[in-house]
Each structure stands twice: as C-alpha cells, then as structure tokens.
Design a protein around this ligand. Structure first.
Ligand code: FAD
Length: 621
C-alpha cells in the first residue's frame, strides 16, 4: 500500500510529537496525523513546562533524546528552580514559556526529522483485522496502512466544554472534538471513563495595575532545561507576579455556585485534585480568606496574561467581577473566558507496561487519554509508546523503564498497575527511590539507555561522555586526595571544620561532613581546586553527601530485582492458585499485574499471597 507506514501517531500534542520523533529516530517510517499542523505542540492550558515532579520528567525525556526540554529552553521566558533550599531529590526546574515560541520549536523538531511525515486530517476510524490494527482512516476517507498505531488525542474524545450552564462540543477552545473516533473506540473492548479539567480566563496585561502585584523575578543564575542546552538558547526574560483573591472574590463565587457546572450537577466527572478550580478551592478551604494567583505572561509578543490559580467554569458574566475583585485587577479586561472540559479516557490498566493495549497488541495509547494530566506526563508516555511501537515493528525488545530507574517508570507503572480515577499528575512523593531519581542525574541514568535504543544522536552522546568522564575523574580524585597527610593544610581545615580531620581522610570523606560543602572546601584549599565546571561540582557534592542513603536505596532495589523480573503471564488463572483468599483472587484477576513486584504494589495484596503466587509460578515452570 502506497500510503503505508511502520508507525502512525494520531495527534500532534505533547504525547504525539514525542511519540512520532521517538519512533522515527529509532528507525521506523513514521506518519504524524493531526487535526491541524498549526497546533502541533500547542499548550492547551498554562504556558509553562516543568515544576515539582514534572521537571524530573522533562529532564528524563531530554536525557532519552526527546525534545520537550530543548523546546522549553527555546521558549522559556522565566526560569526557576523550585524547592531550591530543599534536598536535591525534590529540586525541580520550571520554565514559563512563550506559547508561540514553544509551538514553533516543537514544529521545527518535527519537521527536521527525516523519517517522519506529517499529514493534517482528523482520524475517524482505526481499522482492525483480528487482534491487530491495520491502519487508520481520516474523516475525509483517506486510508493509511500501519504496522503499529499510537493514539494520543488528549482531551478531544467526545470533548464537551462548559462555561456556566452553557455547553458546547470541543477538544479545547478553538478546536473541534473527536466524535467519530470516540464512537469507534467505544465500540472496541476498552474500558472508557470521563474526566474533566479546566482553565482560567486570560487577561489583557494593559488593563492590570502591576504596582499592586508582587513581582517574582526568575532565578539568577538561570537554570537550563536540556542537558545539551545553554543559557544562550533562551529568549528575552520576563518577570511573573503574584496577586491574591479577596473575600469579595470568595463571596461572589459562593453566591453563584448554582451556576458552576460542577455544583449544578452538569459535570459529574472528576477533575485534577492538585489543580482545582477556584470554585473548588473556595468550597474545600472555606476558612481561607485569600488564595495566591500567579500572574504569568503568555509570551514576549503579547500582552495576554495567564492568571494561574483561578481556573473557573462560572458564566462569563460572573468571571468579569470575579477577576476584578482581585487587587490590581480592578479594571482588568478578559481576553478569553475560562472553561471546563470533559472528555473520554481509557482505564490504563488495559495497557501493558510498553503502553500497548492488551486487546490489540500493536495499538499504543499515550497521554491524557490514559487518565493523566499535564504536558510532561503526556510527553513521557509518548516517548515510550512511540519507541515501543517502532521496536515492535522491528521485532526488537521494548523499553520498560523501571520504578528504580526513572520517574517515567513510576508514571507508567502507577498507571498500568493501579489505574486512576482522577487526572493523574506526577509528584516526587510518588517515587520510592527518589534520592536516586534526581533531575541532576537524569542523563547519567538514562542517556546510555537512550543511546542503546537508538534515540540519542552522536552530538548528545559526545556531550554526555565528556560530562560523565569529568564527573568520574573528579569523584576518583576526591577519593584519592588526602589533604591533611603532610599537615600543610591543617590550619585551613581546622578553620573550616572546627577541628583537625583524621590525617587519612580524603577530600571525599571531608565533603561528607556536615560542616563542609564543595565550594567551601575548595575555597579553603585553593591549590586542590581542580577548576571543575559548576555541574561537575554539583554532582560531586550530591554524590558525596548522599552516598549512604543512595547505597541503602540501591540495596533495596537489588532486593526487589527478582520480583520485578518475575513475569505473571496474561493467561494466569488466579482461581487455580492455592492459598489465595477470594478477595485477593478477585483483585489480581481485575488488576492483572505483569510482574510479581506489580502484584505486590496492588493495595491489599499480602506477603502470604505473594509467596503463594511465587510457589504457583515455580510449579507451572
Ligand atoms: P493534547 O495536548 O490534547 O493533544 C492532542 C492532539 O491530538 C492535538 O494535537 C489534537 O489536535 C489531536 N487530535 C485530537 N483528535 C484527533 C483526531 N481524531 N485525529 C487527529 N488528531 C487529533 N494540564 C495540567 O497539567 N494542568 C492544568 O491545569 C490543565 N488544564 C487544562 C485545561 C484545559 C481546558 C485543557 C484542554 C487541558 C488542560 N490540561 C492541564 C491538560 C494538558 O493540556 C494536557 O495534559 C496535555 O495537553 C496532554 O497532552 P496530549 O498530548 O495527551 O494531548
């Protein structure tokens, strides 16, 4: 068939673009089919990338050769490290982005990929023969053949937008919903649910009195997202501001709750717990008299502002006084009303850890349709699904990142093991091995993996090798240098540490002491400063300071390794496993874990049940 591809990716959002690029980069002839080429890489909601847990995902995507971090650098107009004063495990990068520059950067990456074609058409149908997908058909009846298909259609399936009591079909403001495709997918064997999310009204910056807002400048030194990026990749920078809702805002919301679709009963699906609407916040935290609103620029070439924190689906007529009840916004003009959207999603327990569906082995799902929320969560899944679609076609082993290796592993394991009843977003608290899964070492953890799977090009690999070698050299120098051997440095060391160190102590030992940090140590012993770059100094310090905790986590991972590698076949009949209670049998049959370790993570599955499973597997073997 002339119109035939190895991999077809449906949807040009955050999941779709990473999926298409990963498939193409790993050698598959790939087609990206999307509603509208102009909206490739469009941010549907807030123009920002990263944040707690999410920044970790971006760094991992970048380490695996993905483009989100590089696009965030090309578009970032305000960079911060969140949790800077906390431990390195929870520090997270966030970039306010120029919406247009971000889209432009993603489109450039997509168009520069030689193995990737783009076609603008809404997909209406997925063709199936037996338990395989054979291709897709667009709304205009154009058919394409595919050996694997990745579906990444976000909030578009049966999308229904709500502003006040008015409803309107839509995939997001300005885009049509995917109704025919949704109907086709509902005919298939996937478990479908409804979720919702919302967005605030946008404001004309010229109508805001900034003197009444608290400015929030970006960080200095400015962080960079991509491991191969530099500060020179960034465009001009802009400050953000903080505003606050008032008692008047809250009174207004309370008085109009009957017109808020969530409370009028018009929407009964679940929304993102950690990104609630202002209606939700006012009801849930009734004793609070004010909530913060982060006033974020939408871009360099526009006055529009994104007031982060007042997502609402109240009628437009109420949104106007709501916005104007905020100090500094008394004369604010709304440029776009806020709204909520409800959409179809699929129970991710219907997926394998490769992100292929259990029912159709060459159909992959990624992004918001798997019950997640956020660009970063979508992009991370997209990269894995796209790569694995290509690997399937190439008859090569899939990439299944483990929980101990990456937040991407935590994300996918949480989804396929436990499913989700509300929009799932990433947090550092979801990772049990978070001291190992830091932003700063994402490349050390994952770039070799990306290289092995064909995702990392020569230029990135060369940069990685240089950095990894510099870190190794410095760690070994620190471990071999004994600064107090000849007592020449004793006075400086006493001043730094408060007492004389053991003469046999190495620089590494000294760095582990609470009184010392890398810069302080090198300042005290300037002749022993190797002049390393800031990122090598940071790695040396973190690796030294946290070595004990890291070793303990590694030992725990090693203990778990056997359970992670013990597969539970799809065909396993739990009714035949002796020693399981009926309740646990039912749970296992419902969740269908892929490994013994996954079974262990299902709430209520006991150690005794795991032993019974292990015995059964041995007997089957
Ligand atoms: P999307 O970015 O939605 O991309 C889907 C792509 O598929 C689009 O390019 C679309 O054109 C294409 N497409 C759809 N149907 C078809 C078809 N039939 N054929 C071809 N192409 C098709 N996230 C947060 O983290 N916090 C928030 O507060 C937040 N609020 C949101 C508010 C709103 C109103 C919306 C719409 C989204 C919000 N999000 C929020 C979610 C965020 O936008 C998504 O998580 C993210 O965009 C998901 O990425 P995705 O790639 O899965 O889907």
């Amino acid at each position: 068939m002339a119109n035939s591809f190895d991999v077809i990716v449906i949807g040009g959002g955050h999941a779709g673009t990473e999926a298409a690029l990963a498939a193409a980069r790993s050698g598959a002839r790939t087609l990206l089919l999307t509603h509208n080429i102009e909206t490739i890489g469009q941010m549907s909601c807030n123009p920002a990338i990263g944040g707690i847990g999410k920044g970790h995902l971006v760094k991992e995507i970048d380490a695996l050769g993905g483009v989100m971090g590089r696009a965030a650098d090309a578009a970032g107009i305000h960079f911060r490290i969140l949790n800077r004063r906390k431990g390195p495990a929870v520090r997270a990068t966030r970039a306010q982005s120029d919406r247009q520059l971000y889209r432009q950067a993603i489109r450039q990456f997509v168009e520069a990929e030689p193995n990737l074609q783009i076609f603008q058409q809404p997909v209406a149908d997925i063709t199936v023969a037996g338990d395989r997908v054979t291709g897709v058909v667009t709304e205009a009846g154009i058919a394409f053949g595919a050996r694997a298909v990745v579906l990444t259609v976000g909030t578009f399936l049966n999308g229904q937008m709500h502003t006040g009591l008015t409803q309107q079909p839509g995939g997001r403001a300005g885009d049509p919903p995917s109704v025919r495709l949704a109907a086709r997918l509902r005919e298939m064997a996937f478990a479908v649910g409804r979720l919702k999310t919302g967005t605030p009204p946008r404001i004309d910056g010229r109508s805001v009195d900034f003197s009444r807002l608290e400015p929030q400048p970006g960080d200095d030194p400015r962080p960079v997202f991509s491991f191969i990026g530099t500060i020179d990749d960034h465009p001009a920078q802009r400050p953000c501001h903080i505003a606050r809702t008032s008692e008047k805002t809250h009174d207004l919301i309370r008085a109009n709750l009957d017109q808020a679709p969530m409370y009028s009963g018009q929407i009964d699906s679940t929304g993102p717990r950690y990104c609630p609407s202002i209606e939700d916040k006012v009801v849930r935290f009734a004793d609070k008299t004010s909530h913060q609103v982060f006033v974020e620029p939408e871009g360099l070439g526009t006055h529009e502002l994104y007031p982060n924190g007042i997502s609402t689906s109240l009628p437009y007529a109420i949104q106007v006084p709501l916005v104007r009840s905020i100090a500094g916004f008394e004369n604010a003009r709304i440029t776009r009303p806020g709204y909520a959207i409800e959409y179809d999603y699929f129970d991710p327990r219907g997926l394998r850890p490769t992100l292929a569906t259990r029912e159709l082995g060459n159909l992959f799902f990624a992004g918001q349709i798997n019950g997640t929320t956020g660009y970063e969560e979508a992009a991370a899944q997209g990269l894995v699904a796209g790569l694995n679609a290509a690997r399937l076609v190439q008859d090569a082993a899939p990439l299944i990142p483990q929980r101990s290796e990456a937040y991407i592993g935590v994300l996918i394991d949480d989804l396929v093991t436990r499913g989700t009843q509300e929009p799932y977003r990433m947090f550092t608290s979801r990772a049990e091995y978070r001291l190992l899964l830091r932003e700063d070492n994402a490349d050390l953890r994952l770039t070799p993996v990306g290289r092995e799977y064909g995702l990392v090009d020569d230029a990135r690999w060369a940069r990685f090798e240089t950095r990894a070698a510099a870190i190794e050299t410095e760690m070994s120098r620190l471990g071999q240098t004994r600064p107090d051997r000849d007592q020449r440095n004793r006075p400086a060391l006493i001043e730094l540490l408060g007492k004389a160190p053991d003469p046999d102590a190495t620089l590494l030992d000294l760095l582990r002491r609470p009184e010392a940090d890398y810069d302080g140590l090198m300042h005290a012993l300037p002749e022993l400063d190797a002049g390393c770059t800031p990122d090598v100094r940071e790695q040396a310090e973190i690796q030294a300071k946290y070595a004990g905790y890291i070793e303990r986590q590694q030992a725990e991972i090693d203990r778990q390794a056997k359970a992670e590698q013990t597969a539970l076949p799809d065909s396993l009949d739990y009714a035949r496993v002796h020693g399981l209670s009926n309740e646990i049998r039912q749970k296992l049959a419902e969740f269908r874990p892929h490994t013994l370790a996954q079974a262990q993570r299902i709430p209520g599955v006991t150690p005794a049940a795991l032993s019974a499973l292990a015995v059964h597997l041995k007997q089957r073997a």
